[in-house]
Design a protein around this ligand. Structure first.
Ligand code: DX5
Ligand code: ZN
Length: 237
């Protein structure tokens, strides 16, 4: 009924925290500490750290030492660690010890997701499942209740600065319909336009790398993204 729909709308809007996450992959690698401070000063809710091995993606980024640097540089700035790795299971403790607070592992990785989500939570961290663009979202059905959140990739992982793939957006709506209160993050090609599409489908966490780090005033850009996301997310309900 309309009343139930309105009740649900209220509940969604109160419960869902909109978060903007600058991706350190787009920072100046010669000035990590200054860039981490710039991201924190922007008022963004958390830092997104992209960990890549060259087997899972065609690139190499950085490892636990950079997560530890983020903790040392900005202890109060939450660290969201995206493991684009074939064997994330071998490194969970290392990233936990370095200061990761959320660990995201890919469903395409070579490990048992049930087991590893449980291990991440046992380490006291939030556990999320990431999904590549070519992977159908229905594959997540057995894990819906085991993850704190979901990460919908809207580019092929490996590099920043790519174009948002619109075809991935229905996956966000599929997840939101099944997990109304879970964190649903979108990552890849997010800017002030594509963010609206993702928020309209029900995403509440937005990674932005190249769009944010190229801004002379990152705070104004983060504020603008958050405002846009709040409005688009509200409209979708
Ligand atoms: C892609 C990474 C993304 C990337 C996003 O492999 O997972 O987090 O840094 O960068 P932009 O926002 O530039 O697409
Ligand atoms: Zn990422």
């Amino acid at each position: 009924t309309a009343g139930q729909a309105r009740g649900r709308e209220m509940w969604y809007n109160i419960r869902m925290q909109i978060e903007i996450l600058p991706s350190l992959l787009a920072a100046d690698f010669g000035q990590f500490a200054a860039e981490i401070r710039r991201a924190e000063a922007s008022g963004a809710e958390a830092l997104h750290l992209d960990i890549m091995d060259p087997h899972f993606v065609p690139n190499i980024s950085f490892g636990p030492d950079v997560v530890a640097l983020a903790r040392k540089t900005a202890p109060g700035f939450r660290r969201n660690v995206h493991l684009m790795m074939s064997r994330p299971d071998l490194y969970l403790e290392r990233f936990a010890a370095a200061g990761a607070q959320t660990l995201q592992i890919h469903i395409e990785a070579d490990c048992d997701l049930h087991t590893e989500l449980g291990r991440i939570r046992a380490l006291g961290l939030k556990a999320a499942v990431a999904l590549n663009p070519e992977t159908p979202v229905e594959i997540l059905a057995p894990y819906l209740d085991e993850a704190d959140g979901f990460l919908v990739m809207t580019v092929h992982p490996g590099y920043g600065g790519q174009t948002f793939i619109d075809g991935c957006v229905p996956k966000i709506a599929w997840l939101r319909a099944r997990r109304p209160a879970a964190d649903i993050m979108v990552d890849g090609g997010v800017n002030d336009r594509t963010l609206l599409t993702a928020a309209g489908a029900g995403a509440n966490q937005f990674v932005a790398g190249s769009f944010l780090f190229r801004q002379p005033d990152m705070k104004a850009a983060v504020d603008g993204l958050r405002r846009g996301a709040r409005e688009a997310f509200a409209c979708a309900r």
